[in-house]
Design a protein around this ligand. Structure first.
Ligand code: SF4
Length: 386
Protein backbone atom coordinates (compact mmCIF):
# COMPACT_ATOMS: atom_id res chain seq x y z
CA UNK A 1 0.00 0.00 0.00
CA UNK A 2 1.12 3.56 -0.73
CA UNK A 3 0.01 6.51 1.39
CA UNK A 4 0.76 10.08 0.40
CA UNK A 5 1.44 12.66 3.10
CA UNK A 6 1.51 16.41 2.45
CA UNK A 7 3.18 18.55 5.09
CA UNK A 8 1.85 22.10 5.44
CA UNK A 9 4.43 23.84 7.63
CA UNK A 10 2.69 27.06 8.65
CA UNK A 11 0.96 27.94 11.92
CA UNK A 12 -0.25 31.25 13.27
CA UNK A 13 1.99 30.83 16.33
CA UNK A 14 4.16 28.10 17.76
CA UNK A 15 2.67 26.22 20.71
CA UNK A 16 5.08 25.94 23.65
CA UNK A 17 5.23 22.12 23.60
CA UNK A 18 5.64 21.70 19.83
CA UNK A 19 8.87 20.65 18.11
CA UNK A 20 7.38 19.89 14.69
CA UNK A 21 8.79 21.32 11.48
CA UNK A 22 6.61 24.43 11.52
CA UNK A 23 6.93 28.17 10.94
CA UNK A 24 4.78 30.78 12.67
CA UNK A 25 3.69 33.27 9.99
CA UNK A 26 0.97 35.85 9.64
CA UNK A 27 1.32 35.84 5.86
CA UNK A 28 1.54 32.50 4.09
CA UNK A 29 2.76 32.05 0.49
CA UNK A 30 -0.30 29.98 -0.32
CA UNK A 31 0.11 29.62 -4.07
CA UNK A 32 3.88 29.29 -4.02
CA UNK A 33 3.68 26.43 -1.55
CA UNK A 34 0.99 24.66 -3.63
CA UNK A 35 3.02 25.17 -6.82
CA UNK A 36 6.10 23.68 -5.17
CA UNK A 37 4.27 20.64 -3.77
CA UNK A 38 2.70 19.96 -7.18
CA UNK A 39 6.11 20.31 -8.81
CA UNK A 40 7.66 18.00 -6.23
CA UNK A 41 4.93 15.41 -6.75
CA UNK A 42 5.66 15.23 -10.49
CA UNK A 43 9.39 14.91 -9.82
CA UNK A 44 9.05 12.18 -7.16
CA UNK A 45 6.44 10.05 -8.93
CA UNK A 46 8.98 7.86 -10.81
CA UNK A 47 10.38 6.63 -7.45
CA UNK A 48 6.97 5.11 -6.73
CA UNK A 49 6.01 4.15 -10.26
CA UNK A 50 3.43 1.40 -10.59
CA UNK A 51 1.97 2.12 -7.14
CA UNK A 52 -1.58 3.34 -6.57
CA UNK A 53 -2.13 5.54 -3.55
CA UNK A 54 -4.79 4.35 -1.13
CA UNK A 55 -4.79 7.34 1.20
CA UNK A 56 -3.88 11.02 1.25
CA UNK A 57 -3.18 12.97 4.44
CA UNK A 58 -2.63 16.70 4.93
CA UNK A 59 -0.71 17.21 8.19
CA UNK A 60 1.19 20.05 9.71
CA UNK A 61 1.55 22.69 10.85
CA UNK A 62 -1.99 23.84 10.36
CA UNK A 63 -3.24 22.66 6.96
CA UNK A 64 -6.62 24.30 7.60
CA UNK A 65 -4.78 27.61 7.01
CA UNK A 66 -4.19 26.56 3.39
CA UNK A 67 -6.72 28.08 1.01
CA UNK A 68 -9.17 25.35 -0.05
CA UNK A 69 -8.49 25.95 -3.76
CA UNK A 70 -4.80 25.18 -3.10
CA UNK A 71 -5.80 22.00 -1.27
CA UNK A 72 -8.04 21.11 -4.21
CA UNK A 73 -5.17 21.51 -6.67
CA UNK A 74 -2.96 19.23 -4.65
CA UNK A 75 -5.68 16.58 -4.24
CA UNK A 76 -6.26 16.63 -8.01
CA UNK A 77 -2.55 16.23 -8.67
CA UNK A 78 -2.24 13.22 -6.34
CA UNK A 79 -5.36 11.65 -7.88
CA UNK A 80 -3.93 12.06 -11.36
CA UNK A 81 -0.41 10.91 -10.53
CA UNK A 82 -1.19 7.97 -8.23
CA UNK A 83 -4.71 6.99 -9.37
CA UNK A 84 -6.11 7.76 -5.93
CA UNK A 85 -9.68 6.40 -5.97
CA UNK A 86 -12.62 8.76 -5.37
CA UNK A 87 -13.63 6.95 -2.17
CA UNK A 88 -10.10 6.86 -0.70
CA UNK A 89 -9.56 8.25 2.77
CA UNK A 90 -8.40 11.87 2.40
CA UNK A 91 -7.70 13.52 5.75
CA UNK A 92 -6.91 17.09 6.66
CA UNK A 93 -5.75 18.20 10.10
CA UNK A 94 -7.60 21.31 11.21
CA UNK A 95 -7.44 23.63 14.17
CA UNK A 96 -10.95 24.31 15.49
CA UNK A 97 -10.63 28.07 15.10
CA UNK A 98 -11.20 29.61 11.69
CA UNK A 99 -13.43 26.79 10.48
CA UNK A 100 -16.59 28.47 9.23
CA UNK A 101 -19.12 26.48 7.24
CA UNK A 102 -17.93 27.98 3.90
CA UNK A 103 -14.34 26.83 4.46
CA UNK A 104 -15.49 23.36 5.47
CA UNK A 105 -17.80 23.10 2.47
CA UNK A 106 -14.94 24.14 0.17
CA UNK A 107 -12.65 21.52 1.75
CA UNK A 108 -15.31 18.86 1.24
CA UNK A 109 -15.63 19.92 -2.39
CA UNK A 110 -11.82 19.76 -2.69
CA UNK A 111 -12.05 16.05 -1.87
CA UNK A 112 -11.32 16.02 1.87
CA UNK A 113 -13.54 13.36 3.45
CA UNK A 114 -11.97 12.99 6.88
CA UNK A 115 -11.20 15.79 9.33
CA UNK A 116 -8.78 15.51 12.22
CA UNK A 117 -9.63 18.29 14.66
CA UNK A 118 -6.78 19.39 16.92
CA UNK A 119 -8.92 20.09 20.00
CA UNK A 120 -6.29 19.12 22.63
CA UNK A 121 -8.51 20.17 25.56
CA UNK A 122 -11.89 21.69 26.40
CA UNK A 123 -10.66 23.45 29.53
CA UNK A 124 -9.89 27.17 29.19
CA UNK A 125 -7.04 26.87 31.68
CA UNK A 126 -5.42 23.94 29.86
CA UNK A 127 -5.86 25.56 26.46
CA UNK A 128 -4.12 28.66 27.78
CA UNK A 129 -1.28 26.58 29.18
CA UNK A 130 -0.92 24.82 25.82
CA UNK A 131 -0.87 28.17 24.05
CA UNK A 132 -3.87 27.31 21.90
CA UNK A 133 -5.96 30.01 20.30
CA UNK A 134 -9.38 28.37 20.65
CA UNK A 135 -11.90 27.67 23.41
CA UNK A 136 -14.03 24.63 24.21
CA UNK A 137 -16.95 26.39 22.56
CA UNK A 138 -14.93 26.82 19.35
CA UNK A 139 -14.47 23.04 19.14
CA UNK A 140 -18.21 22.44 19.56
CA UNK A 141 -18.99 25.00 16.85
CA UNK A 142 -16.39 23.54 14.44
CA UNK A 143 -17.83 20.07 14.96
CA UNK A 144 -21.35 21.35 14.37
CA UNK A 145 -20.29 23.17 11.18
CA UNK A 146 -18.42 20.11 9.89
CA UNK A 147 -21.39 17.79 10.42
CA UNK A 148 -23.74 20.38 8.89
CA UNK A 149 -21.79 20.56 5.63
CA UNK A 150 -21.59 16.76 5.43
CA UNK A 151 -18.37 15.44 7.00
CA UNK A 152 -19.07 11.86 8.07
CA UNK A 153 -15.65 10.94 9.38
CA UNK A 154 -14.24 13.21 12.07
CA UNK A 155 -11.43 12.49 14.47
CA UNK A 156 -10.63 14.59 17.54
CA UNK A 157 -7.13 14.88 19.02
CA UNK A 158 -6.87 15.39 22.76
CA UNK A 159 -3.89 15.65 25.08
CA UNK A 160 -3.69 14.19 28.54
CA UNK A 161 -1.15 13.97 31.36
CA UNK A 162 -0.94 17.74 31.58
CA UNK A 163 0.81 19.03 34.73
CA UNK A 164 -1.35 18.39 37.81
CA UNK A 165 -4.13 16.79 35.74
CA UNK A 166 -6.47 14.83 38.01
CA UNK A 167 -8.76 11.93 37.15
CA UNK A 168 -11.74 14.27 37.66
CA UNK A 169 -10.31 16.82 35.23
CA UNK A 170 -9.75 14.06 32.67
CA UNK A 171 -13.29 12.80 33.20
CA UNK A 172 -14.59 16.26 32.31
CA UNK A 173 -12.50 16.26 29.11
CA UNK A 174 -13.80 12.82 28.15
CA UNK A 175 -17.41 13.79 28.89
CA UNK A 176 -17.09 16.71 26.52
CA UNK A 177 -15.37 14.87 23.69
CA UNK A 178 -17.89 11.99 23.86
CA UNK A 179 -20.79 14.47 23.80
CA UNK A 180 -19.61 15.54 20.33
CA UNK A 181 -19.90 11.97 18.99
CA UNK A 182 -16.70 11.89 16.94
CA UNK A 183 -15.90 8.84 14.80
CA UNK A 184 -12.35 8.55 16.06
CA UNK A 185 -10.35 9.91 18.99
CA UNK A 186 -6.56 10.16 19.34
CA UNK A 187 -5.20 10.74 22.82
CA UNK A 188 -1.59 11.74 23.25
CA UNK A 189 0.18 12.27 26.54
CA UNK A 190 2.03 15.56 26.86
CA UNK A 191 5.67 14.86 26.11
CA UNK A 192 8.30 17.43 27.02
CA UNK A 193 10.46 17.71 23.92
CA UNK A 194 13.88 19.30 24.23
CA UNK A 195 14.23 22.68 22.52
CA UNK A 196 10.65 23.70 23.35
CA UNK A 197 9.42 26.42 25.68
CA UNK A 198 8.02 23.71 27.98
CA UNK A 199 11.45 22.06 28.22
CA UNK A 200 12.88 25.40 29.44
CA UNK A 201 10.10 25.70 32.04
CA UNK A 202 10.82 22.18 33.32
CA UNK A 203 14.54 22.92 33.41
CA UNK A 204 13.88 26.10 35.43
CA UNK A 205 11.56 24.14 37.75
CA UNK A 206 8.59 26.27 36.74
CA UNK A 207 6.72 23.25 35.41
CA UNK A 208 6.54 19.75 36.84
CA UNK A 209 5.57 16.94 34.45
CA UNK A 210 2.95 14.54 35.77
CA UNK A 211 4.48 11.51 37.48
CA UNK A 212 4.59 8.22 35.55
CA UNK A 213 2.20 6.34 37.84
CA UNK A 214 -0.38 9.13 37.55
CA UNK A 215 0.01 9.12 33.76
CA UNK A 216 -0.56 5.35 33.74
CA UNK A 217 -3.72 5.76 35.85
CA UNK A 218 -5.08 8.39 33.42
CA UNK A 219 -4.28 6.15 30.46
CA UNK A 220 -6.25 3.28 32.01
CA UNK A 221 -9.11 5.66 32.73
CA UNK A 222 -9.16 6.66 29.04
CA UNK A 223 -9.19 3.02 27.91
CA UNK A 224 -12.07 2.21 30.25
CA UNK A 225 -14.21 5.26 29.45
CA UNK A 226 -13.78 5.11 25.68
CA UNK A 227 -14.32 1.34 25.69
CA UNK A 228 -17.60 1.80 27.60
CA UNK A 229 -18.62 4.44 25.04
CA UNK A 230 -18.23 1.96 22.15
CA UNK A 231 -14.78 2.96 20.91
CA UNK A 232 -12.34 0.24 20.02
CA UNK A 233 -8.74 0.91 20.95
CA UNK A 234 -6.78 -0.35 17.95
CA UNK A 235 -3.44 1.37 18.58
CA UNK A 236 -1.58 2.82 21.56
CA UNK A 237 -3.14 6.29 21.13
CA UNK A 238 -6.05 5.61 18.76
CA UNK A 239 -9.69 4.75 19.39
CA UNK A 240 -12.29 4.27 16.66
CA UNK A 241 -15.95 3.51 16.18
CA UNK A 242 -16.44 0.34 14.09
CA UNK A 243 -15.18 0.87 10.54
CA UNK A 244 -13.51 4.21 11.34
CA UNK A 245 -9.89 3.25 11.98
CA UNK A 246 -7.40 5.54 10.26
CA UNK A 247 -6.34 3.70 7.12
CA UNK A 248 -3.48 6.15 6.53
CA UNK A 249 -1.94 5.71 9.97
CA UNK A 250 -2.43 1.93 9.89
CA UNK A 251 -0.17 1.90 6.84
CA UNK A 252 2.67 3.39 8.94
CA UNK A 253 2.28 0.72 11.61
CA UNK A 254 2.27 -2.01 8.94
CA UNK A 255 5.44 -0.60 7.44
CA UNK A 256 3.79 0.29 4.15
CA UNK A 257 5.30 2.66 1.64
CA UNK A 258 4.60 6.36 1.85
CA UNK A 259 5.58 9.44 -0.08
CA UNK A 260 5.91 12.66 1.90
CA UNK A 261 5.72 15.94 0.02
CA UNK A 262 6.45 19.40 1.43
CA UNK A 263 9.07 20.72 3.83
CA UNK A 264 10.13 18.28 6.53
CA UNK A 265 8.05 15.44 5.03
CA UNK A 266 9.33 11.86 5.32
CA UNK A 267 9.11 9.06 2.76
CA UNK A 268 9.62 5.31 2.92
CA UNK A 269 10.15 2.94 0.02
CA UNK A 270 10.89 -0.78 -0.15
CA UNK A 271 13.92 -1.78 -2.22
CA UNK A 272 14.81 -4.96 -4.05
CA UNK A 273 16.93 -6.79 -1.47
CA UNK A 274 14.18 -6.79 1.19
CA UNK A 275 15.53 -3.60 2.70
CA UNK A 276 14.05 -0.14 2.54
CA UNK A 277 14.97 3.51 2.10
CA UNK A 278 13.82 6.37 4.32
CA UNK A 279 14.34 9.96 3.35
CA UNK A 280 13.04 13.38 4.21
CA UNK A 281 12.92 16.93 2.93
CA UNK A 282 14.60 19.79 4.82
CA UNK A 283 12.65 21.09 7.81
CA UNK A 284 13.12 24.73 6.85
CA UNK A 285 10.58 25.93 4.32
CA UNK A 286 13.17 28.29 2.81
CA UNK A 287 15.49 25.35 2.19
CA UNK A 288 12.55 23.45 0.73
CA UNK A 289 11.77 26.28 -1.69
CA UNK A 290 15.45 26.35 -2.67
CA UNK A 291 15.52 22.63 -3.56
CA UNK A 292 15.84 21.53 -7.11
CA UNK A 293 13.75 18.45 -7.73
CA UNK A 294 16.20 16.48 -9.78
CA UNK A 295 18.16 13.23 -9.69
CA UNK A 296 20.13 14.33 -6.59
CA UNK A 297 17.15 13.32 -4.46
CA UNK A 298 16.84 11.33 -2.26
CA UNK A 299 20.18 12.14 -0.73
CA UNK A 300 21.70 13.53 2.42
CA UNK A 301 22.37 16.76 0.56
CA UNK A 302 18.80 17.88 1.22
CA UNK A 303 17.09 16.61 4.35
CA UNK A 304 18.03 13.08 5.42
CA UNK A 305 18.55 9.72 3.77
CA UNK A 306 19.18 6.23 5.16
CA UNK A 307 18.86 2.64 4.03
CA UNK A 308 17.76 -0.24 6.20
CA UNK A 309 18.90 -3.78 5.48
CA UNK A 310 16.55 -6.74 5.66
CA UNK A 311 17.32 -7.50 9.33
CA UNK A 312 16.64 -3.86 10.34
CA UNK A 313 13.40 -3.86 8.38
CA UNK A 314 12.34 -7.01 10.24
CA UNK A 315 13.03 -5.51 13.67
CA UNK A 316 11.21 -2.33 12.76
CA UNK A 317 8.26 -4.38 11.54
CA UNK A 318 7.97 -5.82 15.07
CA UNK A 319 8.45 -2.47 16.77
CA UNK A 320 5.78 -0.81 14.62
CA UNK A 321 3.45 -3.83 14.45
CA UNK A 322 3.20 -4.07 18.23
CA UNK A 323 1.72 -0.57 18.33
CA UNK A 324 -1.49 -2.03 16.94
CA UNK A 325 -3.49 -3.76 19.64
CA UNK A 326 -4.25 -6.66 17.26
CA UNK A 327 -0.50 -7.22 17.25
CA UNK A 328 1.43 -9.10 14.60
CA UNK A 329 0.01 -11.95 12.53
CA UNK A 330 2.64 -14.70 12.81
CA UNK A 331 1.76 -16.24 9.43
CA UNK A 332 2.05 -12.90 7.64
CA UNK A 333 5.38 -12.27 9.40
CA UNK A 334 6.69 -15.71 8.41
CA UNK A 335 5.61 -15.17 4.79
CA UNK A 336 7.41 -11.84 4.72
CA UNK A 337 10.61 -12.61 6.60
CA UNK A 338 10.97 -16.38 6.10
CA UNK A 339 10.88 -17.36 9.79
CA UNK A 340 8.45 -17.52 12.68
CA UNK A 341 8.76 -14.43 14.87
CA UNK A 342 8.65 -16.41 18.12
CA UNK A 343 11.46 -18.70 17.00
CA UNK A 344 13.63 -16.03 15.37
CA UNK A 345 13.40 -13.64 18.36
CA UNK A 346 12.91 -16.32 21.03
CA UNK A 347 14.97 -14.90 23.94
CA UNK A 348 13.35 -11.43 23.81
CA UNK A 349 9.88 -12.90 23.33
CA UNK A 350 10.37 -15.29 26.29
CA UNK A 351 11.48 -12.51 28.62
CA UNK A 352 8.61 -10.22 27.63
CA UNK A 353 6.07 -13.05 28.09
CA UNK A 354 7.54 -13.83 31.52
CA UNK A 355 7.17 -10.19 32.48
CA UNK A 356 3.56 -10.23 31.28
CA UNK A 357 4.25 -7.47 28.74
CA UNK A 358 3.25 -9.42 25.60
CA UNK A 359 1.22 -12.52 24.90
CA UNK A 360 1.64 -15.13 22.20
CA UNK A 361 -1.06 -17.32 20.60
CA UNK A 362 -0.79 -19.71 17.67
CA UNK A 363 -1.86 -16.86 15.37
CA UNK A 364 -0.41 -13.68 16.82
CA UNK A 365 1.86 -11.86 19.18
CA UNK A 366 0.58 -8.70 20.85
CA UNK A 367 1.02 -6.37 23.80
CA UNK A 368 -0.73 -7.40 27.01
CA UNK A 369 -2.90 -4.81 28.76
CA UNK A 370 0.10 -4.09 31.02
CA UNK A 371 2.44 -4.02 28.02
CA UNK A 372 0.40 -1.25 26.34
CA UNK A 373 1.71 1.07 29.06
CA UNK A 374 5.31 0.30 28.07
CA UNK A 375 4.98 0.03 24.30
CA UNK A 376 7.99 2.21 23.48
CA UNK A 377 10.32 0.31 25.80
CA UNK A 378 9.13 -3.05 24.48
CA UNK A 379 9.63 -1.97 20.87
CA UNK A 380 13.11 -0.72 21.74
CA UNK A 381 14.03 -4.15 23.09
CA UNK A 382 13.36 -5.71 19.70
CA UNK A 383 15.32 -2.97 17.97
CA UNK A 384 18.36 -3.35 20.21
CA UNK A 385 18.46 -7.13 20.73
CA UNK A 386 21.89 -8.61 19.93
S1 SF4 B 1 -0.76 24.29 15.95
FE1 SF4 B 1 0.06 22.19 16.04
S2 SF4 B 1 1.77 22.15 14.59
FE2 SF4 B 1 1.28 24.33 14.99
S3 SF4 B 1 2.67 24.92 16.61
FE3 SF4 B 1 0.76 24.26 17.61
S4 SF4 B 1 1.06 22.07 18.02
FE4 SF4 B 1 2.65 22.69 16.56
Amino acid sequence: MLGVYIHFPYCRKRCPYCDFAVHARQTIPQDRYADTVVQECAARAPLFSGRRAQTLYFGGGTPSLWRPDCVERVVAEIRRTFQLATDSEITLEANPDLLPGETLAALLKAGINRLSLGAQSFSTKSLQLLGRLHQGETIRQAMKNARAVGFQNISIDLMFALPEQSTRALDRELDQVLALKPDHISLYSLTIESRTAFAALVRDKKMVPLEDDKQAALYEQIQRRLGEAGFEQYEISSYARPGKRSVHNSNYWRQGEYLGLGSGAHSHRMIDNGGSERFSNPRSVDDYFAMTFDETWPSTKFGSYETLDRAQVEREAIWLGLRELDGIDRRVFQGRFGADLVIRHGPVVDRLVEQNLIYVTNERIALSSRGVLFADEIGARFLSEP
